[in-house]
Design a protein around this ligand. Structure first.
Ligand code: SDX
Length: 388
């Protein structure tokens, strides 16, 4: 039927798929990785244990986790030549652009035959091991500081913190509060069913493209402010409210009037039409981490006032708009010392095991076919060129 536009159809840009990895109930606010509730994993697991669970489907034994951790440790170094890539990029490049470029380039160093389980396992280890190192290069590049080498005497998260905040000039002491909080935040980001970036990884992977190129595509999708880039946009929003002095109420009115397309960043979700269970857990962390770090950030107070105002306002309640995972994470990352432009990079590090698990699900299923989202044609009916 012509004359309609794509906006007349509520399912533009959707495609359906089956997966055994993550379950979400958007109405009940439920999130489970391989059947385990996110609340239990956040409270009692570790990021590498959750990574194993997502990739292999079961919790690892003590020996499996120890071997997995050790194999990752042995692959944290990045090929010296890959550093040259950063030399070619401008210092002001966004770390997400640097990350997607460098992860794509990783694939030029390693053959990863999608049909060879051992090669895929090794690529899994290499990605989990090297992405934090590469992420720290992007951070150091933006600071104009020398890149550090990994210290394999540290844990996964401790190593990442040192690579970002250590310098060549002095020893770096990891704060255990920060390390534990970051490990928990990475768990909360580890997978989320068929979100835009994961669907991107699956679609690219379904063509039998190598895993490094597929993950690089996922990083690019996550970069967008409607997706992973929202955690950086939330902090800009909070800082804007603080600096303008307009106050929460005035800002909320601007959002409701849709002035200049302004949105309440960190609110709303394609699936959750209830409170995002991760947001609840992040909010708890925010209070605990800032208190333990002795940080009082007025932006956290603004965030809480915003949330309270929105949850009592029918405009948001009627549209089922609640805080999502991105609403409070930025305040914690800022307290940890990360600049806002690194927030989405942290999201990508957390999401990596989910992307890998979903890529493997597509590529190890013999029945899997190349992806091709459905389309409903709403364009012009057949017509002929005018006589010339
Ligand atoms: C992530 O999919 C995933 O799982 C993603 C993720 C993951 O773990 O991978 O959970 C991570 O991306 C979380 C989302 C982060 N993005 C943001 O916080 C950006 C702000 N949120 C919005 O852009 C929006 O809520 C989306 C994109 C997240 C969801 O968009 P929807 O479900 O398509 O909602 P919609 O655009 O159809 O909006 C419905 C109504 C509209 O109002 P009306 O036109 O009916 O008047 O709600 C309004 C929208 O204008 N609305 C908002 C709003 N989100 C929706 N109004 C103000 N502020 C918002 N944030």
């Amino acid at each position: 039927q012509t004359g309609l536009t794509t906006l007349d159809y509520g399912f533009v840009n959707t495609a359906s798929t089956a997966s055994a990895i993550t379950y979400i109930d958007g109405d009940e606010g439920i999130l489970r990785y391989r059947g385990y509730p996110i609340e239990q994993l956040a409270a009692g697991s570790s990021f590498l244990e959750v990574a194993w669970l997502l990739v292999y489907g079961e919790l690892p034994t003590v020996d499996e986790l120890a071997d997995f951790t050790e194999r990752i440790r042995r692959h944290t170094l990045v090929h010296e030549d890959l550093k040259q890539l950063f030399g070619a990029l401008p210092y002001h490049a966004h770390p997400m652009s640097m990350l997607s470029s460098a992860v794509g380039a990783l694939g030029t160093y390693y053959e990863a035959d999608v049909d060879d389980p051992e090669a895929v396992d090794l690529a899994t280890i290499r990605l989990l091991a090297k992405m934090p190192t590469i992420a720290s290069y992007a951070h150091k590049k933006s600071l104009g500081q020398a890149f550090l080498y990994p210290d394999n005497s540290l844990s996964y998260v401790e190593n990442f913190l040192r690579l970002n905040f250590g310098t060549m000039a002095e020893p770096y002491e990891v704060n255990p509060v920060v390390a534990r909080a970051l490990d928990r935040l990475l768990i909360l980001h580890a997978d989320h069913e068929q979100n835009a970036s994961t669907s991107t990884v699956r679609l690219v992977g379904s063509t039998k493209a190598n895993i490094f190129s597929s993950i690089s595509a996922g990083i690019s999708a996550l970069y967008g402010p409607l997706h992973g880039g929202a955690n950086e946009a939330v902090l800009e929003m909070l800082a804007g409210i603080q600096e303008s002095g307009e106050g929460v109420k005035k800002f909320v009115e601007r959002v409701k009037n849709k002035e200049d397309g302004v949105k309440l960043m960190g609110f709303g979700h394609r699936v959750y039409k209830n409170y995002d269970p991760r947001a609840k857990l992040v909010k708890e962390s925010a209070d605990a981490v800032l208190t333990e770090l002795g940080v009082h950030d007025p932006l956290l107070d603004i965030a809480k006032e915003l949330e309270q105002t929105a949850l009592e306002d029918d405009y948001f309640v009627s549209r089922k708009l609640y805080p999502n995972v991105d609403f409070y994470t930025g305040v914690i990352y800022k307290a940890m010392g990360f600049p806002p432009r690194m927030f989405t990079v942290l999201f990508a590090i957390g999401r990596l095991p989910g992307w890998i698990a979903q890529w493997r699900e597509v590529n190890t299923d013999p029945a899997s076919k190349i992806g091709r989202p459905q389309q409903l044609y709403v364009g012009a009916a057949k017509r002929d060129l005018p006589a010339r």
